[in-house]
Write a protein that binds this ligand. Structure first.
Ligand code: UVW
Length: 325
């Protein structure tokens, strides 16, 4: 994590900076071999500043329990948790194992190796599918994030804002929040944007999902049946992300953008963020308690600490994240 001179980072309108790189891509901005993308916006100074936001000692866990969704969304398999008892040589104790664990089963950061661009057939910074592999040499591996993901977090409660306006959207439909919704919600909260922020957007999906009956959860889980709200996948949206130097954007909905999204549409937010800008996106985060606290004390910023799995060559990770106020 090195000091970053934000003034030297090109604006979105100046991208791409590298000859031959795709339009609207940040490829080359942080160097031809960079594997961290927008996480480069996090810095030691940002960590120190974030620590100053800790004022009352409240800690909010941002991950769902493993296997919270029954069944997991998108046809993903549940993990099997086995507790093994051992009683030998006079010692009584337990180990456990987690079999079949899919790192995208619940709350997760999508790593930059998750989705390659549909037309360019490449991942962030031009990495090829053949370079993504298990082990320390796996390009864009999630383990490279393990000591990077600490900084100022900010919650943007767009669900609360739209509901307060008398314009709630149905989180269990594929409706979307516009960039104007996000900007107006921030203004209503009085939250200032600062470079190097980890932005968390509360859409209301997780609250709606948790309120659903077991039968409703079973019916909505398959990839073909799921409908979820999300944020608009427009070019203006990602220009705003980039020009504000967000280090990552996490949400409480399943795909950040509304689900279903069209895999053939190169305007999809997954392509615009992961493949083109190198912007980590987070899904199925737990934001409701944090949101209630932010509404109560009027402070929507906090220190955020996320320690992704140290899985060499990993594709995604539960955030293992806390917000500290
Ligand atoms: C897809 O959208 C394919 O996956 P996820 O939402 O988990 O990133």
């Amino acid at each position: 994590m090195a000091k970053i001179d934000f003034a030297k980072v090109p604006q979105f309108s100046q991208l791409p900076v590298k000859k031959g790189a795709p339009e609207d891509s940040s490829w080359g901005v942080f160097g031809d071999d960079d594997e961290l993308g927008c996480l480069n916006f996090l810095s030691p100074e940002g960590v120190v500043e974030a620590a100053r936001l800790v004022q009352k000692g409240r800690v909010f866990r941002l991950d769902t329990p493993i296997n919270y969704a029954k069944p997991p969304l998108f046809n993903r398999a549940p993990a099997r948790h086995n507790i093994v008892t051992f009683e030998q040589y006079g010692l009584l104790g337990h180990d456990d194992s987690l079999d079949n664990y899919n790192t995208q089963e619940g709350s997760q950061w999508d790593g930059l190796a998750h989705i390659g661009h549909v037309r360019h057939h490449a991942f962030y910074n031009g990495v090829k599918a053949s370079e993504i592999k298990d082990g320390p040499g796996g390009k864009l591996g999630i383990h490279k994030w393990a000591d990077k993901f600490v900084g100022r977090g900010a919650l943007l409660d767009v669900c609360k804002y739209r509901t307060g306006q008398g314009r709630p959207l149905n989180p269990l439909s594929n409706e979307k929040y516009s960039l104007d919704d996000l900007k107006q919600a921030l203004a209503a909260q009085g939250t200032k944007l600062k470079p190097g922020t980890i932005l968390l957007i509360r859409t209301g999906w997780m609250q709606a999902y948790l309120k659903a009956s077991d039968a409703e959860k079973r019916a909505m889980a398959p990839l073909e049946a799921l409908k979820s709200c999300g944020i608009d996948d427009s070019r203006e949206m990602v220009a705003w992300f980039w020009d504000n130097r967000f280090a990552a954007v996490g949400t409480d909905c399943p795909a950040v953008e509304p689900w279903p999204w069209d895999f053939k549409d190169e305007g999809a937010l997954h392509y615009r963020t992961l493949s083109l800008l190198g912007l980590p996106i987070g899904e199925q985060f737990v934001l409701d308690d944090l949101a209630a606290d932010c509404a109560a004390d009027g402070r929507y910023e906090f220190m955020m600490v996320s320690a992704p799995l140290n899985l060499e060559g990993g594709i995604a990770s539960p955030p293992n994240a806390v917000a500290i106020k």
